[in-house]
Design a protein around this ligand. Sequence first.
Ligand SMILES: NC(=O)C1=CN([C@@H]2O[C@H](COP(=O)(O)OP(=O)(O)OC[C@H]3O[C@@H](n4cnc5c(N)ncnc54)[C@H](OP(=O)(O)O)[C@@H]3O)[C@@H](O)[C@H]2O)C=CC1
Ligand SMILES: C[C@H](O)[C@@H]1OC(=O)[C@H](O)[C@@H]1O
Length: 256
Amino acid sequence: MLLADKTVIITGASRGIGRAAARECARQGARVVIGHSGSGQGTEAAYSLIEEIKAFGGQAVEVGGDAADPDTGDKLVAGAVKAFGSVDVFVNNAGICPFHSFLDMPREVYLKTVNTNLNGAYFAVQAAANQMKNQGRGGAIIAVSSISALVGGGMQTHYTPTKAGLHSLMQSCAIALGPYGIRCNSVLPGTIATDINKEDLADEEKLAYMTSRTPLGRLGEPDDIAGPIVFLASDMARYVTGASLLVDGGLYVNLQ
Ligand SMILES: NC(=O)C1=CN([C@@H]2O[C@H](COP(=O)(O)OP(=O)(O)OC[C@H]3O[C@@H](n4cnc5c(N)ncnc54)[C@H](OP(=O)(O)O)[C@@H]3O)[C@@H](O)[C@H]2O)C=CC1
Ligand SMILES: C[C@H](O)[C@@H]1OC(=O)[C@H](O)[C@@H]1O
């Protein structure tokens, strides 16, 4: 098992990519902290994942908290230490993408997106890194950025800068935290069918367009991202830091 004896915190693990990653981390032997918003159906979904993980003999707890709140990272770390005694891996995954045009972007939509996807993440990464530094045995931090860190989206002008920001944060943190043995990398998914784009991809033309642009001939599934996250979290990636891994079925390179 690739993550035996490691404690992994994953934000936004109640649904989508985070849920698949949490399940796979637990399958690989990790003790998992399932982060979620603490509102709506997040809590219920987190508890159902705990049951799933326990059913195959894994260990998991949940911690609710708004990713936009600078204190949520401390809360996640405290929950991990209370339940399992340490933090070895932190996966910053929680995010939103409320598609909207640029010229009439409401300030509150812009600010909510940046606070949820990037500003809160900064402090959560800082909280996890301080815990890892104090433990004195290194660690791994992974940001779920996006192909959107590299390319634009006309309805995503508030979103793509947050993904570029996370990508850049991992590069700078790789330098800042390398001396403590803490590796920092990002995963850049392409288009993965989840709740985040359910409404957008309900448009059959858009769905067909995105699928046709993907050389592997299909959209991604959350499980497609879980393996790359586990790899970067594991000691198999012990000399990988400051890197970004595109997981997009070939979408980015498909010019013509
Ligand atoms: N799907 C895709 O095509 C791609 C997604 N990504 C990125 O992957 C990440 C996960 O997205 P995906 O799985 O698709 O999305 P989902 O909508 O399926 O899941 C989003 C997750 O984030 C949590 N979340 C949302 N808002 C908050 C908040 N304010 N505080 C705490 N948790 C919150 C949700 O928790 P709750 O259940 O409690 O609401 C949920 O667990 C995002 O960062 C997204 O930008 C990147 C590239 C492509
Ligand atoms: C939400 C989008 O469908 C998705 O998110 C991203 O980061 C990419 O832009 C994908 O298309």
